[in-house]
Design a protein around this ligand. Structure first.
Ligand code: PAF
Length: 281
């Protein structure tokens, strides 16, 4: 396994591999089983698997969150090796944002400005869009792999890939969950045992909303109220419980087709997100 620290090293590592398919799994490190799922999907589909590790400072709206973000490169490299990754791209901040850096890729509209964009601020998805564009241009993969847990991030990246005509196919893998249903996240390690138990109200709320919709409740506000009540019963006040169009992120009033149900909530000091799609065919 090659560890490339610069774009030049990455391109040199990939130069002779372009006859086959290249898959890129972008990460911020602190790898867990959710990342392993993406790596397995890439390993199955692609001849060469590239994984990036870069804790992107521009997408953090809180300095304390950036400072607290786990950095576990040694363990990450071991996991990558075990997952059959061919090339790890692990640049430092100066390689990604050299002095004088002045370009931002900014997706506009509800996709980027509602929910996470509203809670975390405009800069969050600008940071994601800019760094993902740079990673895609650095590796020029055939496929790039993302998790469905970050549904809005996926929608933003889908938009920029289409708008900029980037030659890559996005592969979205289902949310990876622990046995008790909690969506896997690098942030879960910050939960105390009590917070972790209370956090289960998030997947429970999603399941209850799914069941209610399947039982025929089509009014989005009624479903939202049900999910919110489940969270509040566990002492969790959500930042949002939203029912939106999965592609445009426009709010929906009625379930008349696939609807993305998205939740963001702080459990203690830890901010968690999760989602599911209801009303599909
Ligand atoms: O989902 C993540 O880990 C990050 O947002 C990403 C896509 C690697 C960009 O920094």
């Amino acid at each position: 396994m090659i560890v490339a620290r610069t774009v030049a090293e990455l391109r040199a590592a990939l130069r002779d591999r372009r006859d086959g398919a290249i898959g890129l799994v972008p990460t911020m490190g602190a790898l867990h089983e959710g990342h392993a799922t993406l790596l397995r999907a890439a390993r199955q589909a692609d001849d060469t698997v590239v994984m990036s590790i870069f804790v992107n400072p521009t997408q953090f709206n809180e300095q304390s969150d950036l400072a607290a973000y786990p950095r576990t490169e040694e363990a990450d490299l071991a996991l990558a090796q075990a997952a059959g990754v061919d090339v790890v791209f692990a640049p430092d901040a100066a390689e990604v944002y050299p002095p004088g850096f002045a370009t931002t890729v900014s997706v506009t509209g509800p996709i980027a400005e509602t929910l996470e964009g509203a809670e975390r601020g405009r800069a969050h998805f600008d940071g994601v869009a800019t760094v993902v564009t740079k990673l895609l241009l650095a590796a020029l993969p055939d496929h790039a792999y993302f998790g469905a847990k970050d549904a809005q991030q996926v929608a933003v990246i889908r938009r920029l890939v289409a708008d900029l005509g980037l030659p890559v196919s996005l592969v979205v893998c289902p949310t990876s969950r622990d046995d008790d249903g909690l969506a896997r996240s690098s942030r879960n390690t910050r939960l105390s045992p009590d917070e972790r138990a209370r956090a289960l109200a998030i997947p429970r709320a999603l399941q209850e909303m799914t069941d209610a919709a399947a039982a025929g409740i089509v009014d989005a506000e009624a479903l939202r109220a049900r999910g919110t009540a489940t969270l509040e019963a566990s002492g969790i006040r959500p930042e949002y419980v939203a029912l939106v169009d999965p592609e445009t992120f426009a709010p929906v009033a009625e379930i008349a087709g696939p609807v993305l149900v998205a939740i963001a909530a702080r459990v203690g000091a830890t901010r968690l997100i999760d989602n599911t799609v209801i009303g599909g065919a």
